[in-house]
Each structure stands twice: as structure tokens, then as C-alpha cells.
Design a protein around this ligand. Sequence first.
Ligand SMILES: Nc1ncnc2c1ncn2[C@@H]1O[C@H](COP(=O)(O)OP(=O)(O)OP(=O)(O)O)[C@@H](O)[C@H]1O
Ligand SMILES: [Mg+2]
Length: 238
Amino acid sequence: MATSALALDNISAFYGDSHVLHGVSFTLGEGRLLGLLGRNGAGKSTCMNVIVGLLRAREGDISVFGESVRRMSPELIASRGVALVPQGRRIFRSLTVRENLIVATRNGNGKKAAWTDETVFAMFPRLRERRSQLAAHLSGGEQQMLAIGRALMNNPRVLLMDEPSEGLAPQIVAEVMGTIRTLKASGLSILLVEQNPRLVFDIADDVVILNSGEIALAGSAKAINPNDARVAQYLGVF
Ligand SMILES: Nc1ncnc2c1ncn2[C@@H]1O[C@H](COP(=O)(O)OP(=O)(O)OP(=O)(O)O)[C@@H](O)[C@H]1O
Ligand SMILES: [Mg+2]
């Protein structure tokens, strides 16, 4: 069997008494890109929160390269090579571009760090030009690049991206998608949360559709017909 980079097994999660995830299971294969789709409020970000340890699953298990992380702190889960590009970017607006990267530096498992501010700047030359500017002054696309760069400074093996295209102009979305392809080609395993099915079916190996905290549809991107009536039912018009 192919190695799984990340596996959710029957995860249930609550905010207080509100039951949000109902037995969610899916597997991200090593080096693959899994697109997680669903309408507003379907539970996509909640899946991300549970994976990175910000929200405890009440039931089920999560493993990263075969090791259970369900009871680990967010810091320990990050040390296992999981990094999140959060919804809404969440960069430090009052720090400079370079400071945003430096504060996120983590040498994965004591190995020599692969990602540095220099390698991030090589990937995003516009960030190099703006390295000394406050992050608050960046455009939306540049802020998204910074959020991705900051996650890379963690030297992840599994990269979680929560709606990286949100609020960006089509040209910038295309750039971000190009970056995601490059990262995938470098061997990263990627979980991409999106609301836009076009983007996901274009780039993903596997697709999971969440509906009200349950898996409604899952399979390889090639096997699911984007024009399937169920896709429209769970996501709106495609
Ligand atoms: N901190 C919270 N406390 C209570 N309920 C929450 C909290 N965060 C999210 N929820 C609720 O949990 C459900 C799932 O939310 P979640 O943010 O995971 O959805 P999502 O699929 O990421 O949606 P979107 O596409 O809008 O980002 C929603 O009903 C939401 O209102
Ligand atoms: Mg969300």
C-alpha cells in the first residue's frame, strides 16, 4: 500500500455542544494533492483545526506518516512536519515581510533546514523586493504568498492550505495555483481546501466533498465527474 502522509479516521469534533464533524475519514497519499471541497460552514476549516491540534477530536484518530498525532500539542504536530496556511492569511501585519518569515523558522527534526528566507524569496521575488516593508502594506496576493512562505519556513512534509484563492483576482489565483503545483512537484503532500471546484478538479489527484460535516463524495479527481449532479448539489453550480 502507498504511504499515507495524513489520515483522518472517523473524526468527530464539536465546538462546545455543537457537533460539527461527524465521522470524517480520508487519506492523503504521500506526494499527492487532495482537494477538500464544501460549501460555507461544511466543516473544512474545522478539519484543518483538528489536524493541527487547535481543536481536539472527540472521537477518531489522525495520523501523520503512520504516527498518531491526535493527543499531541500543536507544537508537537508541527514538529512532525505539518504546516498550515490559514484561511484569511493571518500574517503579522505589524512585522516586516522578512520578520514574518523569520519568526516562523523551524528546523524540521534537527535536519538542516531546507527553507530559509532566501529560498522563499527565490520562489516569490516580489516578497524579496518588499522584504523590509510592513506586511500590512502588501497586496492581497502578496499577503497570500507571505502566508505560504511562512508555512514553508516550518519545513513541512504535509502542507495544509485553507482557501488560498479567497478574495484574489483571477490572475493572482493562477499564480498561487502555479506555486502549489511547484510545491507538489517538490514532493510535498498537500491538502487544499477550496470552495471553487474548478480549481480543485484542475489540480487535485483526489477529491473529498464535505457536506454538513460528513463526507458526501470522495474519490480520485479523474473518477469523479465534475458535472455529476451530486457535485452541483453539494457545491452549487459548477
Ligand atoms: N469557533 C467556533 N465556534 C463555534 N462554531 C464554530 C466555530 N468555528 C466554526 N463554527 C461552526 O462550525 C461549522 C463549520 O465551520 P467551518 O469553519 O469548519 O466551515 P468551512 O467549511 O471552513 O466554511 P467556510 O467555507 O465559510 O470557511 C459552521 O456551522 C460554523 O458556524
Ligand atoms: Mg473555512
